[in-house]
Design a protein. Structure first.
Length: 169
């Protein structure tokens, strides 16, 4: 598996699957989530509502992942995953690692060969950027998957630099 880094908007990516840093309601939010629903159109929300009406009645638990259509995005699927809210008192690193692992597992089920990830939990959920990058890179590296390319799509040069450091270290 190849790991690549780019400073870009994840909603512009031409990949098989785009990972969404969703919240457990799956009904939309700010940040990446808002951008994906805006650009992807109403089909994504419709698919999320159907999941909530079915086996995800209580919402998607933190650390887990589920796929829907990507609507009007250039990708084929959106893989929604719920990152943990950062806490200094409580080590939630395993939940953040689980987001990357579970998303790759869903990507394998879909036979996706290219997957774009944002910096999960590193926005509104408050995870320190250097640690979020380290967990992202080390987890993806340690996960066995048939995905050919994992592309981390970072929204700022600063976040890119944190990922570059994690990749080089
Ligand atoms: P979380 O709630 O998991 O923290 P956010 O969406 O608030 O998720 O932020 C996660 C990361 O994604 C942050 O680094 C944020 O700057 C970045 N981000 C926000 N919008 C986009 C976008 N359109 N493409 C790529 N990254 C984005």
């Amino acid at each position: 598996m190849q790991i690549t880094l780019v400073v870009a908007d994840i909603t512009d990516q031409v990949v098989d699957a785009v990972v969404n840093a969703a919240n457990s309601s799956l009904l939309g939010g700010g940040g990446v989530d808002g951008a994906i629903h805006r650009r992807g159109g109403p089909q994504i929300l419709e698919a999320c509502r159907a999941l909530r009406a079915g086996h995800l009645g209580g919402g998607l638990p933190t650390g887990q992942a589920v796929a829907t259509t990507a609507g009007d995005l250039k990708a084929r699927w959106v893989i929604h995953t719920v990152g943990p809210v950062y806490s200094r008192a409580d080590d939630r690193s395993q939940l953040l690692a689980s987001c990357y692992r579970e998303s790759l597992c869903v990507a394998d089920d879909l036979e996706a060969s290219t997957v774009a990830f944002p910096a999960i939990s590193a926005g509104v959920y408050g995870w320190p950027a250097d640690d979020a990058a380290r967990i992202a890179v080390s987890t993806v590296r340690a996960t066995a998957s048939d995905v050919d390319e994992v592309r981390f799509v970072l929204f700022s040069q600063t976040m890119y630099d944190h990922f570059a450091e994690a990749l080089g270290g």
